[in-house]
Design a protein around this ligand. Sequence first.
Ligand code: CDP
Ligand code: MG
Length: 896
Amino acid sequence: GSQNVIDITESMTKNNNEATNNINEINKTIKLDNTKTSTTLQEQKEDNITDKLKVISKSVKDKVKIKKPLLEHPTVHVNVKRDPKVQVARLKLPVLGEEQRIMELVNENQFLIVAGETGSGKTTQIPQFLYEAGYAEKKMVAVTEPRRVATVAMSARVAHELALTNKEVSYLMRFEGNTTKDTKIKFMTDGVLLKEIQSDFLLSKYSVVIIDEAHERSVYTDILLGLLSRIVPLRCKRGSPLRLIIMSATLRVEDFTENTRLFKQPPPVIKIESRQFPVTVHFNKNTYKDYLKEAFRKTVKIHTRLPEGGILIFVTGQQEVRYLLRKLKSCFPYRKDVDYSKLITKNTKGVEVDTALDSEPDDINSDDDEVEKEMKRARKARRKAKKKVKALPKINLDDYDMPEDDGQADLVGNDDDSEGHLSDSDAEEDSLMPEIKSCRQPLWVLPLYSMLNSNKQARVFEPPPVGARLCVVSTDVAETSLTIPAIKYVVDTGKKKMKVHDHVTGASAWRVVWTSQASAGQRAGRAGRVCAGHVYRLYSSAVYQHDCPPQHAPDLCRRPVDDLVLMMKCMGIDKVVNFPFPTAPDRLQLRLAEKRLETLGILERHDSKNASRNCQEEILKVTPLGKAVSAFPLLPRYGKMLALSHQQALLPYTIALVAALTVPEVMSGKADNWPATGHTLLLGDPGVLLRAVGAAEYAHRKGEEQLFCAKYGLREKAIKEIRKIRKQLASEINLSVAGVDVSVDPEMKPPDEKQARLLRQLVLSGLGDQVGRKIGLDEVKEGEDKRKFKYAYHCGDLEEPVHLHSASVLRKTIPEWVVYQQLYETGAEERRKMVMSNVTAIEPEWLPVYVPQLCNLGEPLSDPEPRYEDVTGKVLCHYKGTFGKAGWELPVVEIE
Ligand code: CDP
Ligand code: MG
């Protein structure tokens, strides 16, 4: 059985040929270069990229005689015929005043940092400066963006301003692009440039690389910065210089300048000063859980009570954008057949307005006053409305020319947390109804989010129709990536969606969290671009103080390291520990992750000759299995289970199993609800999970999920989440692995005996570094066992005895050898103990096959004689050996 599984892996990895070839290419060039894997401080300082560069540059030096490393810059000047209107608009941008200084610094330096307020013109103008100076003549100018939305919008804008076509100023991102052989300026997502580095390490097609939005600190951007910090000097040494321009909002520039691993000498920084009008910050007195409803109310109040000026609302995701969009459009519709220019807008100049609305810029209003005021206003408005608006025509939605919905489902993000918000209960808005009805000015409401298609995005840059007020409902893309003109009011929910990773299960999910204080500042800034503005924060200043972190840690430092290590190894970055990260993850954690991945057979040691030091050394590289594993959006150990079960009969089970293992606390209470039976008993807790998931799906089909979950102690939300992950994994596997079509039967037949055995082996293959062995009670140290356990386990290096989780089905059998998903402490002081959960029974003779790295087998036994397998011709021998550091004795095993 097991051999079967391993053969399958090989066939699976073949499907990844293309990527593997690329990596081999890189590794060929790296091969000669690596330093020893010893850990002395001096050697840690050397990183493999530097070495790689040294070797390449050395060979280049031999061929080409370079007198001086110099930065030649193009002497041509390219003329541009800009539309006069465009020229007028760009002259207003602060970055224009710095053109000469920027170009001087670019000409004279390898690296340059440009920091400037959002909207100062960095993204749209600096590529044009380079174009005009001739940098795009022989080679291309690359601009990377962490967000797809900016990639398209900015390339279109730059093409327009330069009066070029999208053949010359193009974009490229995964699944989409319009680059041609004539492309001169290429906007791309950061992931795309990383891929290009894998096939052309020196980025020889480019003369300048601009890393835009570097403050966002996306994983890819951070890795790109590390790589480019080494590629750029090499290109210069080769006599074909490359420049790197790092552009960011004015946040935490020190991460780049004060990092001596990244740049030996801090690069020059240009700060673009831009005019920023004062923005008044209004905090809410109370923080409402339903921030969407609150956003709606606030927007209604701004529109009905405050003077002209665009409104920008920040919410967390596409679905929320669409919800607010619908609501606001239906309240203040825009009609084509009405001439709004004649409409006299309320609150014309000269009238004092209470911009605080019901927020709290200072403490003048007590809550009671506020309520009183509110009621008065409502009463007044209602009277007015009754008088005047009675005769408003009945609305027929078909008559309205509204910016239409684009009907896309929310593809990104987990909306669990927002489900509650999206109900259309209008009770709350009743008090606002009169105001809504009496307001005749339409709101020109536009959506903005990452997946919105590009022609719809572009509308936010156009002025609204005459008489209508602009209102953009956006995710955090409007925070720094896109600048919307003419915004005076910002409504900030204070929330954003962030990918959070569970470090135990490796599962990642989108969660709604508080924004950082830095983000709140950025959002506020959007209101002061054209005139003094206001930001309404829909949360209290206490929340701002205590719940909003000053900054969120960079993505790269938030994800589990196993994942990161594998990802980087797949990119051909061998010495992850020495990589010049802008913000480095914990080195010890990186080392431990490497070790774990080696134990799991995802990385393996390679000997390579170090030419510069003339010695042998060992480095850890990704194995073909590891390559297959990296295709799954899971922690490598779970990816491995999937990769190995690439066999039609088992894949559906493994998908369900992995999905269930990556969701925390599926079962509440004891396993008694799920009496284990027969051959599935040894599969242990994962087996119970499989049964539970199948049964819950059956109940779901019958519409009895809720009842079923309650009755059998399942967490309903967990079951829903598992369903989602199963679907996602299945579709991803269908997409990425050729020749496979996993159609998941949600209810699953229970696995038969052979399948159950194979599943246990798969679980072992992923958890092979977490093996426990039962010990006799006499092995438990004196005094340890006050609580009179009938059994105990030893796990790895841990001295303490470990017990099965109280909910484990395996308490019934207490098998000799097990693997576990998680190990942790429970109980207070006296009753403290170590416990393992999600436990599966394994057979020790599987260990040399699945975890050979931890087995010590020695010479084959001479008795019995080696056996020749008929079919395969393999010679099978008998071995006696031990497992792990503690040297647990293994039974005699028969392997190749
Ligand atoms: O990159 P940075 O935030 O410094 O500014 P930018 O994105 O280059 O934007 C400069 C100006 O161009 C802003 O005022 C935008 O509103 C404007 N813009 C536009 O009018 N239409 C576009 N399609 C893109 C930008
Ligand atoms: Mg920009």
